[in-house]
Ligand binder design. Structure first.
Ligand SMILES: [Zn+2]
Length: 276
């Protein structure tokens, strides 16, 4: 889910629905909203010469969408062999159990409550299906259970809601924490600088072809918002709702409840660091 639907100055590119890289195809779920942008991106990932595919984030519980994902894979000559979740928010995970039923697959996630089958996902895990390699990168912050999946063969990373194709993400306090989120963004920056990742395959919005630029933008945005919140508190706006009305005055009011979660995360971070 997004905190601000339209921020200027971001790199953007790529597609909404259809092939995005040699190994990743997007099937856009029909759940567009202020919080989900164009809808949830359900990713089908596979080696070009393999019949087996991994699906990342089946999306909402919408049978038409879930069947469309299966059909899209089949038309590409693929059978879905495994389902992965970037995190447990319903716009990504609600349809997972039904999708697992339709495909006969297991569901792997960080949160044991979301799994179907006995395998979880954690730091250092490498998911291998039909020659495809996805490396698990824990990225808590949006939620505590957020993961990214590094697709080295395409120099890409599937980011769920940790980095979006447009706007910025919510730090969903109290489950999501700002300190964790900043560490996760730095981890993603290191993927772009040290591991050659160029492409962001996000959970919402278009594909980004300047991954490092996107992560730098997110880090700068978070620092800017944090400074604004700190100043607001210094000026006497102490309650989260007051801070939102002051700092997020430029953002559509429909996003203020989400912004309030981020503000709570920022206030906690500032208190924990002795800054307010
Ligand atoms: Zn989310």
């Amino acid at each position: 889910m997004t905190e601000a639907a339209a921020l200027p100055g971001q790199p953007r590119g790529g597609v909404l629905s259809g092939p995005a890289t040699a190994r990743a195809v997007n099937v856009l779920a029909p759940n567009a909203s202020a919080m989900t942008l164009d809808g949830t991106n359900t990713w089908i990932v596979s080696e070009p010469d393999s019949e087996l595919a991994v699906v990342v984030d089946p999306g909402p519980l919408d049978d038409v969408h879930l069947r469309h994902v299966v059909d899209t894979a089949r038309k590409g000559g693929k059978r879905v062999a495994l389902t992965l979740l970037t995190h447990g928010h319903p716009d990504h995970a609600e349809g997972a159990a039904r999708f697992a039923e339709l495909t006969g697959t297991h569901v792997r996630a960080l949160d044991p409550a979301l799994r179907l089958g006995d395998e979880g996902l954690g730091h250092g895990d490498v998911v291998s299906v039909g020659g495809l390699e996805l490396r698990v990168v824990p990225t808590p912050g949006h939620t505590a259970d957020s993961l990214c999946f590094h697709l080295p063969a395409d120099r890409a990373v599937l980011t769920g809601d940790t980095v979006l194709g447009r706007g910025t993400t919510v730090v969903a306090h109290p489950d999501g924490r700002l300190g964790d989120y900043l560490d996760s963004l730095r981890r993603l920056r290191s993927l772009t600088v040290d591991d050659g990742v160029h492409i962001v395959l996000p959970g919402h919005g278009p594909v980004l072809d300047d991954a490092q630029g996107a992560v730098e933008f997110y880090l700068a945005h978070r620092a800017h918002r944090l400074a604004q919140v700190e100043t607001a508190v210094e000026n006497g706006y102490t309650g989260p709702a007051e801070v939102v009305a002051h700092v997020y005055a430029d953002v559509d009011r429909s996003l203020w409840p989400a912004a309030e979660l981020s503000v709570r995360a920022q206030l906690e971070y500032l208190r924990d660091h002795g800054l307010i």
